[in-house]
Design a protein around this ligand. Structure first.
Ligand code: DAH
Length: 360
């Protein structure tokens, strides 16, 4: 190899080794191997040499070209490794740092009350049952002893869907959680002990009514069940829920088509200015409807009323939340207003338990 090429090689390898960034390295590559680079220009000049000189000089230039290309590739790999190490260092994330300063979401009061109810009823041996929001006439009305033209149908302000073009059947948005009683009795054998919380729908809207709201249904079916069991169950539930020792309640005779006898349940309370105190005082507050499951309802579900009896109850979940946590307007429950949620919501890490306390 000529002296000139030796010199060029030393110079290029030196520049490659010295380049501190990928950009600098690229500049060296262009200067050496680019279309008008030092080595490319020399390769082009081979044509001017005599044939025997050309072969030798060509081989030497190609060797040089290869060495320079290898040196560049090696240096590039080094620079890329260094760049990666630098980024890993500067973008390091310590996942063990405390999460406290990160703003946390709040649990909606309805979710909170639902968790509280599930905790209370699980302790009493109940499980949670569910049913569809879109119901048929049979489950929402007929099987619950509300036949066609029964006045209770008008009272429910039902949302109906378009009639089925083939059968003419009009499905509906369930107006209460009571159809889950029917579905449960038809799907499983007694003894049954369930609560069925969930969404319900009625065409109604003011400060305490919204077109979508929540109810919780309860159903117990077994042998020799009587109203004493109903009273004991409600007392245990309402005392635990309102966190009052032995909450005083009273049954008021009432009417529901699906229960006989039927009773509305009031709890003792006192109103103090705008504030409601539950568990003491000489006023009463209505909280739910209940009764002994009507024999016709049992028969609709294929159960023999001579063998099986039971009780049922239904309450408004949103209303329970309002009474316990002091909201007076139901509408903001469904407005997703962050300020409201921040004020009335619950800490996600405070899971309600009977042992540790239900509310916070
Ligand atoms: N389904 C009734 C309503 O929406 C509430 C109700 C009352 C449910 C009495 C029951 C019951 O299971 O026994 O108004």
């Amino acid at each position: 190899m000529s002296h000139d090429l030796d010199e060029l090689k030393r110079e290029l390898l030196n520049e490659i080794a010295k380049s501190g960034t990928l950009e600098e390295l690229e500049a060296v590559r262009v200067r050496a191997l680019g279309r008008k680079g030092l080595i490319s220009e020399r390769l082009k000049g081979l044509g001017r040499l005599a044939a025997d000189q050309r072969r030798e000089a060509g081989a030497a230039l190609n060797r040089l070209k290869q060495e320079v290309a290898d040196a560049i590739a090696g240096r590039r790999a080094e620079l890329e490794r260094a760049e990666l190490a630098r980024r890993l260092e500067s973008e390091r994330l310590d996942v063990t740092l405390p999460a406290r300063p990160v703003p946390r979401g709040r649990i909606h009061p309805i979710s909170q009350v639902l968790d509280e109810l599930v905790e209370i009823f699980a302790d009493l041996g109940f499980s949670v049952a569910e049913g569809p929001h879109i119901e048929d006439d049979f489950h929402n009305f007929t099987a619950l002893n509300i036949p066609e033209h029964h006045p209770a149908r008008q009272m429910h302000d039902t949302f109906y869907l378009e009639p089925d073009p083939e059968t003419g059947e009009r499905r509906l948005l369930r107006t209460h959680t009571s159809p889950v009683q029917i579905r449960t009795m038809m799907a499983q054998k007694p003894p049954i002990r369930i609560i069925a919380p969930g969404r319900t729908f009625r065409s109604d809207s003011d400060a305490t009514h919204t077109p979508m709201f929540h109810q919780v249904e309860g159903l117990v079916i077994d042998r020799d069940i009587h109203m004493g069991h109903l009273k004991g169950c409600l007392e245990a539930w309402l005392s635990a829920f309102f966190e009052v020792d032995a909450l005083e309640m009273r049954f008021r005779p009432s009417y529901f088509p699906f229960t006989e006898p039927s009773a509305e349940v009031d709890i003792r309370c006192r109103r103090e200015g705008g504030r409601l105190v539950i568990g003491e005082g000489d006023d009463w507050l209505e909280v739910l409807g209940s009764g002994m499951v009507h024999p016709k309802v049992l028969e609709h579900c294929g159960l023999d009323p001579a063998e099986w009896q039971g009780f049922a109850f239904g309450a408004g979940l949103d209303r329970l939340a309002m009474l316990k946590y002091g909201m007076t307007d139901l509408r903001p429950f469904f407005e997703a207003d962050l300020a409201w949620l921040e004020h009335y919501g619950f800490d996600p890490l405070d899971v309600p338990t009977l042992a540790g306390g239900l509310g916070s």
